[in-house]
Design a protein around this ligand. Structure first.
Ligand code: PEP
Length: 254
């Protein structure tokens, strides 16, 4: 597929897989995806499996991501993990502001923006998630909600940092539900996000930022979603936990 920006497909394993299970999965993924150069491939295991998985992906085409990190660098923040600690395991990406964290940990746009700045300061690329609730979509508030999340969660980044940031559009009603946005619904919101980035930063930034779609991406819908001009990859939950479905999503997107 001929794309303006290189596709980036990331698997968010959420709170799944022990170390032994994670090793099993990553070894199979390495075999299946060996030689794939057209897509940036990222997997985001739980913190507890990062160390083991890091050694496995060392000389492969698979990059490592974390699912969250602290806005702080060091100190009395019980249970938190700093960017510098993730770097010890060669973590290159971090998912920030996933809807589950917005919902269960009450993460605000302002907090996500501080985490995104901390990630860049630690040389980790943030994958910043935004997405509307079903009630927002049904009341025609999608652009208002997404516009405000984009402005709030990316506030304060420099142009250079924004270019190295990935945005993930994940309609909350499509996450883990089996309901995917149509490729046109995804394209419309992605184009809106790019227009918002143009007004916050500039045209060069807007053209370079990669915007992933997330929400029940599966092997059978990946190609159509990825063929949309403003869809530059996917953030995959459930289907990233099985070697067959995650590797098929990637292969079907090329
Ligand atoms: C996600 O949680 O980021 C996600 C997209 O999940 P799923 O693919 O399972 O809908």
């Amino acid at each position: 597929m001929n794309k303006e920006r290189k596709l980036i497909i990331a698997g968010n394993w959420k709170m799944n897989r022990t170390v032994a299970e994670a090793l099993d999965l990553v070894q199979s993924l390495k075999r299946e995806l060996n030689g794939v150069k057209e897509v940036d491939i990222v997997i985001c295991p739980p913190f507890t499996a990062l160390h083991a998985v890091a050694s496995e992906v060392l000389e492969s085409n698979i990059r490592l991501g974390a699912q969250n990190m602290s806005e702080n660098n060091v100190g009395a923040y019980t249970g938190e993990i700093a960017a510098v600690m993730l770097k010890e395991f060669s973590v290159r990406y971090v998912v920030l502001g996933h809807s589950e964290r917005r919902q269960y940990q009450q993460e605000s746009d302002a907090l996500i923006a501080r985490k995104a700045a901390a990630a860049h300061a630690g040389s980790i690329k943030p994958i910043v998630c935004v997405g509307e609730l079903l009630a927002d979509r049904e009341s025609d508030r999608t652009e208002q909600v997404i516009g405000s999340q984009i402005r709030g969660s990316l506030a304060g980044l420099t142009k250079e940092q924004m270019i190295e940031t990935i945005v993930a559009y994940e309609p909350v009603w499509a996450i883990g539900t089996g309901k995917t946005a149509t490729s046109q619904q995804a394209q419309d919101v992605h184009a809106f996000i790019r227009t918002t980035l143009r007004s916050m930063f500039d045209d060069n930034v807007a053209r370079k930022v990669r915007i992933q779609y997330g929400g029940s991406v599966k092997p059978n819908n990946a190609r159509e979603l990825m063929s949309q001009p403003d869809v530059d990859g996917a953030l995959v939950g459930g289907a990233s936990l099985e070697v067959r479905s995650f590797s098929d999503i990637i292969k079907n997107s090329i």
